[in-house]
Design a protein around this ligand. Structure first.
Ligand code: GLN
Length: 490
């Protein structure tokens, strides 16, 4: 196993640019490790050997010719299979899209390619990003490299498992209600969900459009910063994407946390949190305090409404977004094409999994004529109250710290009901309801050796503060340097 794979993505990029490592050598090392180990893990849905090698060769040729190369030149990454990739099958983890080869490239993927990234393949996920464990993938389960009997989290489970197992240097996930941060927490990584509008959603298959954001999963804060610098910024193809200039996120990683105020909300603690998780989170906050941060108690009174509010609004948006999968334009078609209703029913009946159908029905119910005021409108009003709580809190504090999830990664099959599964998101949902940036990073391990995540939230467009805190913490601790004993150490 090549020791190159244990280097950070930033270090890999440096070595490629200074010609001490070739992009081809690095790409081949990852491909070999994937081929040898991913059958046990299930993190990839598709590996693009040929495409990745071609990109790596192009980077090497450019470096040799002395051409200027992008900030990710030669860095092998992989993408959640919810991101549209031109000429490379994209399924959203669903049978309904099986075999769909997109005719266009999503904006973020285009940015990655022009920054020189080598795209190794497409990663496993819960179908249409609906889930918290990757158990809803229509194709195969993805496991947690720290313990193959446990879930990697979801919905970006493949994105987290692959980085954690050194099957790519970094990845992109998407986060609608926690799907970057919770798998990052379960797999011991940094996961960053950007402010709503910070990153273009063009080419992101929509789950709940007013929540969805694309963001990086990486082994350290510097790598997440490097990736965010590439993917953030305005996009004419997404009207909700902000044109605010992109700050120097990597520079933010060099700042210390002296004088920074960290808020702890009583509503984001509680008896449902594992004692090992509470203890590790408290120790991490104490660590930041010893680095010069100040801690203040705050209140976010409407937090307890986050879960019902999110599941009402997200399912309502999903029921509308997923109406386009009807067998007419995309993917698999079933039934009698002469009878439109029959084709819709057969295509959707066979194409969608049980969880997706549940959500479509919940959302359709909430949007029924006559119910709008009672459900959707009410939930939107509560969403405003939740955002107001944060606005008030961020007048006093710079970041809010909490556990990312109440537990560490759980065994397959442990969540018996949908509600039990939804509760895995209690601490991550309010961030998306308010459109804030949020980060999870590893802050220790429980007695079974499973990683624990610390969540940090900041005011809109303050990703720099999150990265500053995470990098400062990682300078003082070494949790983030530990890798699972999977497939032999890289
Ligand atoms: N687990 C949450 C859900 O199932 C969040 C998913 C996500 O962020 N994509 O909706």
């Amino acid at each position: 196993m090549s020791e190159l794979l244990s280097l950070s993505a930033s270090e890999q990029a440096r070595r490629i640019a200074e010609k001490t490592v070739s992009a081809t050598e690095l790409c081949d090392a990852y491909l070999a490790r994937i081929d040898a180990n991913d059958a046990d893990l299930g993190s990839y849905l598709r590996v693009d050997h040929e495409g990745a090698r071609a990109q790596a060769h192009a980077v090497d040729a450019a470096v040799c010719a002395g051409d200027s190369v992008g900030p990710l030149a030669g860095v092998p990454i992989a993408l959640k299979d919810l991101l549209v990739t031109e000429s490379l099958e994209t399924t959203a983890g669903s049978k309904i899209l099986e075999g769909w080869v997109p005719p266009y490239e999503g904006s973020v993927v285009r940015k990655l390619r022009s920054a020189g990234a080598v795209i190794l393949g497409k990663l496993n996920l819960d179908e249409f990003a609906m889930g918290s464990s990757n158990e809803h993938s229509a194709f195969r389960p993805c496991k947690n490299p720290w313990d193959l009997g446990r879930v990697p989290g979801g919905s970006s489970g493949g994105s987290a498992a692959a980085v954690s197992a050194s099957l790519c240097a970094m990845s992109l996930g998407t986060d609608t209600g926690g799907s970057i941060r919770q798998p990052a927490s379960f797999c011991g990584l940094v996961g960053l969900k950007p402010t709503y509008g910070r990153v273009s959603r063009h080419g992101l298959i929509a789950y709940a459009s007013s929540f969805d954001q694309i963001g990086p999963l990486a082994t350290c804060a510097e790598d997440a910063a490097l990736m965010l610098e590439v993917i953030a910024g305005g996009d004419i193809l997404d009207a909700t994407c902000s044109t605010e200039p992109v700050p120097a996120y990597q520079a933010a990683c060099k700042r210390d946390v002296k004088g920074l105020v960290i808020g702890i909300a009583k509503e984001m603690e509680g008896e449902d949190v594992d004692t090992a998780v509470s203890a590790a989170v408290a120790a991490a906050i104490a660590e930041l305090e010893s680095a010069g941060a100040e801690v203040r108690r705050i209140s976010l009174p409407h937090t307890r409404y986050s879960l019902p509010t999110y599941y009402l609004l997200a399912t309502a948006e999903a029921s509308s977004n997923l109406a386009r999968f009807d067998g007419v334009r995309y993917g698999k078609r079933k039934g009698n094409e002469e009878a439109l209703q029959n084709m819709y029913e057969k295509t959707r009946g066979a194409g969608f999994g049980a969880e997706v159908k549940t959500r479509i029905m919940l959302g359709t119910f909430a949007l029924r004529a006559g119910y709008y005021d009672a459900y959707y409108k009410k939930a939107q009003q509560v969403r405003t109250l939740i955002a107001d709580d944060f606005r008030k809190a961020f007048a006093e504090v710079d970041v809010i710290a909490s556990p990312t999830a109440p537990t560490t990664a759980f065994p397959f099959g442990a969540k018996k009901t949908p509600i039990d599964m939804y509760k895995a998101d209690v601490f991550t949902l309010s961030c998306n309801l308010a459109g804030l940036p949020g980060l999870s990073m590893n802050c220790g391990f429980d007695d079974s050796g499973m990683p624990i995540g610390l969540q940090l939230l900041a005011a809109p467009m303050q990703e720099e503060t999150l990265l500053q805190c995470a990098a400062a913490y990682q300078r003082q601790t070494d949790w983030h340097t530990r890798r699972p004993n999977f497939g032999g150490q890289p």
